[in-house]
Design a protein around this ligand. Structure first.
Ligand code: MG
Length: 417
């Protein structure tokens, strides 16, 4: 059986970004060798080259004069940074719909921590396909995506079938994949390090992975252990978002307005479970639990409760959202949409004390958390029976819309009651 991903890290990299934006905006450029960069007269360099130009050996960072020698028909455009920034902004917004943890590396490249998204969004292959599809549909551009269990391997993977590729490296294939690559693909191995390693008889990533700390330190100094860990496919650096998420929520719109109390409470529990799972996967705990309820006439109610200590406990989130639900919902009244969210995130010591866990990634099931969850399930089951919970869950899985909102922005059409 394949090993489970302990973390799911994605790396998204747009294909020849500036050049592709130019082609998209002016389709007459399609299929032509194109570069965005400074002019040859001003000793400019290429910042982005279309794949047609790359066939002539045109590369980014190459002097434009050299690029024109290699490809005399090359079309050189000066570039429109404002336009690229605008597209980049939309790209990052799309990525943030897949995970609150998006770490942009440049305008056209970002890491995403997708841990915990799998039960919501599917397998890594399905998530990668969905990300690429959204980008293609909404931006009219192609992206290459790599997914693995670390930043390092995800980035290698996105490059593996570039352009317009998707490469998923499951944990059990990481070592073989990394060690199939040339030595210089390791981060931090430039020409000088490569020569020093070769001088010491280390010519492959596999050999580097086997080298002793002492011998490696003699060659590359203090970076030896880090380099050897990469050669072993080990890289536990977290994805650090440029802006921390403000809220995390899940909501569902029912295909048919729901009046059944037991179904609604079962759905609340399922939503609380999803929120808690995402919060744990992202190392977040929130003090405020928010319930969102939309009535058949589109009136939307949101109610919040703030707890003394932050939580990412499904049972606690459920109990709080149930109190809120009962405070606004009249029995028998139809419900069009239900949502549960948490906000007011903290990384204070309270969270660590309260949750006994590694703030980054909980790998061990926390007994207290499981107890709370089971108690909440028992509560629903006790009132309505196990079948009710099953019905609620299957209803949720078939619902017309199941969105994980990360910002909790109210939408313009919503009216407050
Ligand atoms: Mg790129």
């Amino acid at each position: 059986m394949p090993a489970a991903f302990d973390r799911v890290i994605g790396h998204v990299d747009m294909d020849s970004f500036y050049a592709s934006v130019e082609v998209r905006d002016d389709p007459s450029l399609a299929g032509k060798p194109l570069a965005v960069g400074g002019s040859a007269e001003r000793r400019g360099v290429v910042s982005s080259a279309s794949y047609e130009a790359r066939r002539y050996g045109v590369r980014s960072a190459m002097p434009t004069a050299t690029a024109l020698q290699r490809c005399p028909d090359l079309i050189v455009l000066p570039g429109r940074m404002g336009r690229y920034q605008e597209v980049s902004h939309r790209l990052m917004a799309i990525l943030r719909e897949f995970s609150p943890l998006v770490e942009p590396l440049s305008l056209d490249e970002a890491f995403l921590d997708l841990s915990g998204a799998d039960r919501l969004l599917g397998t890594p292959v399905e998530i990668g396909t969905a990300v690429r599809e959204r980008i293609r549909r909404e931006l009219g551009l192609t992206a290459s995506v790599g997914i693995s269990n670390s930043k390092f391997v995800a980035k290698l993977a996105s490059d593996h079938e570039k352009p317009d590729g998707l490469t998923v490296i499951p944990p059990e294939s990481v070592v073989a994949f990394v060690q199939s690559l040339p030595l210089e693909r390791l981060w931090g191995v430039g020409p000088a390090t490569r020569e020093a390693l070769r001088g010491a008889g280390i010519r492959t990533i596999a050999a580097l992975a086997r080298a002793s700390e002492e011998s490696l330190t003699r060659v590359v100094g203090s970076g030896a252990l880090h380099l050897r860990a990469l050669a072993r496919g080990e890289d536990d650096r977290p994805v650090i978002p440029d802006t921390p998420p403000k809220s995390l929520s899940h909501e569902t719109t029912f295909a048919v307005d729901q009046t059944d109390e037991e179904v609604l409470e079962g759905v609340l529990l399922s939503l609380a479970e999803k929120v808690a799972q995402r919060a744990r996967a992202n190392g977040l705990g929130g003090r405020t639990v928010t319930l969102k309820l939309r009535l058949p006439d589109f009136t939307t109610l949101t109610r919040s409760r703030t707890l003394p200590t932050p939580t990412r406990d499904a049972g606690e989130i459920f109990r709080e959202s149930l109190v809120l639900f009962r405070s606004v919902h009249h029995r028998g009244e139809g419900v069009r949409l239900l949502g549960v969210g948490i906000s007011g995130f903290t990384t204070s010591p309270q969270l660590e004390l309260g949750l006994h866990g590694d703030p980054g990634h909980e790998r061990d099931p926390d007994p207290q958390r499981l107890r709370h969850l089971h108690a909440a399930e028992d509560e629903v089951v006790g009132r309505f029976g196990r079948k009710a919970l099953g019905r609620a869950r299957s209803l949720l899985s078939r619902s017309v819309e199941d969105t994980g909102s990360l910002e909790g922005r109210p939408r313009p059409e919503e009216r407050e009651r």
